[in-house]
Design a binder for this molecule. Structure first.
Ligand SMILES: C[S@@+](CC[C@H](N)C(=O)[O-])C[C@H]1O[C@@H](n2cnc3c(N)ncnc32)[C@H](O)[C@@H]1O
Length: 333
């Protein structure tokens, strides 16, 4: 019998006996399979109550089918919502689920679909979850789309954000905004330096006293519009895919997005799960931040490419502790 590893107490050795990952590191593992099937396995049952954060960007409800054959309409909505109860069971009592969903448009018409929002609402209802906060992930560098309405007919502006919903079974999941402070504005830096500003009553009737804003708290509390650009921190991944003739993931997210939520909602050593891992931006970010991680992904090419995010972090899979052996490096071309 393989030893039963308590992942909460052994952060340097994440193992799920019986699960053969495609690759692993000291902190995490990538598992190939259909998410809906993988999370039903007895092995995944062992994760019940241990996942601090489920962070994921599910396949989007597209009109045009991508390589991984997205479902559409009502069928899509019900499929995503069906994950809610199961994911909830995996969470620690203070755990969170964060889902990023892009917008969809009606086919052949300059009209936005409400499917993304309906899906998030249905997911929340099905899991009896609370919406802790809604975020917008704004990408100023996004290419103009939908092209027909934005660049050809010029009757719409760029669709440049995705919806990010932070949900939890509890109203007060683990969260600390001190971990995600941003740099003070120049005006605030000046104010902290000079110690002088206009106190008194604002037109809003809000009274500002003489010292309210004079504490240096190490940075500004961010808002819920997160500016992310899909351009930085992927050089290693791009190079690796080119060298191994592997396709780039078409919908990989900017690492700033998982980074924000992992820092905000987890501590080092906590476990982060991404059930739709893709190029494993989540796992790689969790690894960098010293969190344990598990990612699940269906497509073997995307998994193979995602190995490029880990380079020297990959460790050999010990077949004495799993049912069969998958050696690091085996998933290449
Ligand atoms: C939006 S992408 C995730 C991108 C990822 N966040 C990244 O940064 O690369 C969704 C992923 O879900 C995968 N997928 C689709 N259906 C799946 C399923 N049933 N189980 C597991 N993965 C699935 C797709 O292959 C795709 O890579």
């Amino acid at each position: 019998m393989p030893p039963q590893t308590d992942i909460q107490h052994n952060p340097t050795c994440l193992l799920l006996p019986g699960i053969v990952p495609s690759y692993r590191t000291e902190l995490g593992m990538m598992v190939q399979g259909k998410s809906e099937e993988v999370i039903q396995t007895a092995e995944f049952e062992k994760l019940r109550g241990k996942v601090q954060l489920i962070f994921t960007s599910p396949p989007f409800p597209l009109n045009r089918k991508k390589k991984y054959g997205n479902l559409q309409g009502e069928e899509y909505l019900n499929w995503i919502a069906s994950f809610a109860p199961k994911w909830k069971e995996l969470l620690t009592p203070t755990g969170s689920i964060v889902i990023e969903l892009g917008n969809a448009w009606e086919q052949g018409s300059p009209v936005m679909s409400t499917l993304a929002l309906e899906t998030l609402i249905k997911f929340k209802q099905k899991g009896r979850l609370k919406l802790c906060q809604q975020f917008i992930a704004y990408n100023p560098a996004r290419l103009p789309s939908p092209a027909e309405w934005v660049t050809v007919q010029r009757i719409r502006v760029k669709d440049s954000y995705t919806n990010v919903w932070w949900m939890s079974p509890t109203a007060k999941p683990k969260a600390n905004n001190r971990n995600v402070l941003t740099e003070y504005s120049d005006a605030m830096k000046h104010l902290l330096k000079t110690g002088a500003y206009n106190s008194g009553k604002r037109p809003s009737e809000f009274a500002i006293n003489e010292t309210s804003f004079l504490n240096d708290n190490g940075g500004a509390i961010p808002g819920n519009v997160l500016r992310v650009a899909n351009t930085r921190g992927t050089d290693e991944y791009l190079r690796y895919c080119a060298e191994h003739n592997l396709p780039l993931h078409p919908a990989r997210m900017a690492y700033e997005l998982p980074e924000f939520f992992i820092k905000f909602l987890t501590d080092p050593g906590d476990l982060v799960l991404d059930p739709f891992g893709g190029s494993n931006t989540t796992g790689a970010t969790a690894e960098r931040l010293g969190r344990q991680w598990i990612s699940v992904e269906l497509d073997e090419d995307y998994i193979a490419g995602s190995m490029g995010r880990f380079s020297d972090k990959l460790v050999e899979i010990d077949d004495s502790r799993t049912t069969s052996c998958a050696l690091i490096g085996a998933v290449t071309r």
